[in-house]
Write a protein that binds this ligand. Sequence first.
Ligand code: RIB
Ligand code: CA
Length: 312
Amino acid sequence: MTKKIPLLIDTDPGVDDALALLMAFSDPGHQLVGLTIAAGNVGLEHTVRNALKLCEVAGREDVPIYAGCADPLLHPAADAAYVHGRDGFGDIGYTPASRTAETEHAALAILRLSHEHAGELLLVALGPLTNIALALKLDPTLPQRIKRFVVMGGAVSAHGNITAAAEFNIAFDPEAAHIVFLAFPHIDLADWEAVIAHGFLHVEAEQWLQADSPRARFYERISLQTRHWSADRRGDHWHSADALAMAYALQPEGALELLERPVAVEMAGTLTRGATVVDWNRQEGRPDNATLLMRYDQARFEGLIRAALAAT
Ligand code: RIB
Ligand code: CA
């Protein structure tokens, strides 16, 4: 029997994070060893509560949850409550889970789990990179023990979603992102532009949400507000950034086009702070430190979402 790949997810749940987590919960090839929680979409208190609740709904209270940093490393940043709801889960007023998070800090949990699964760990970052940057500052050897590192973040041609040039996860904590992109020799990057290229119809998603499962019923409720927001602003297709990143993480064989390039994070630009700057012509002599997801098998992607919602 093939050994499962140990999977650690750093996340700021958030509605699209929740879909990605549901995908991970039901993947047979991976052993989810923990969730480390970031602030981002909404404040840390909410993102931790949301992670605990989602695990309860999905019957995955075996997954340990570790709270991380409540703020970016250096400069304060605005949340995305306007997309996800004030509580990050559509403000449905759910009954909080009875379970609480572990006492160990996320950064310390990342380091400990990297040793426990040294050389095998798949690390997936779905939120701002604050916890991972802090872990790197505590132990710069962390990348040596990570087998594969997938990041949802950035905008490879500066088509941002939070500013003209920057994507939310990177722009929320550019200093953290800079530390992470400098430290890891290789990052598999699912950026915002890839997300926009892999939208799915709202009307189809609404069908998937009718699945007869507690997960689908809960997700239908917490996603209602952001689905309305998306339809108002982006038309008939819905986009789930973290779900695409998770599809790439769980089933990399679904990637149809990948490009290797040097990527760095802008921290100082007046208009470009938080931008992921790709050296497309390799003019600056830096190594290719990122694999850019350009195209993913859309049918496979949508199939993974459907299966995640329908799982019981
Ligand atoms: O820009 C999209 C990303 O920012 C997603 O991960 C979303 O959940 C937010 O964290
Ligand atoms: Ca996220």
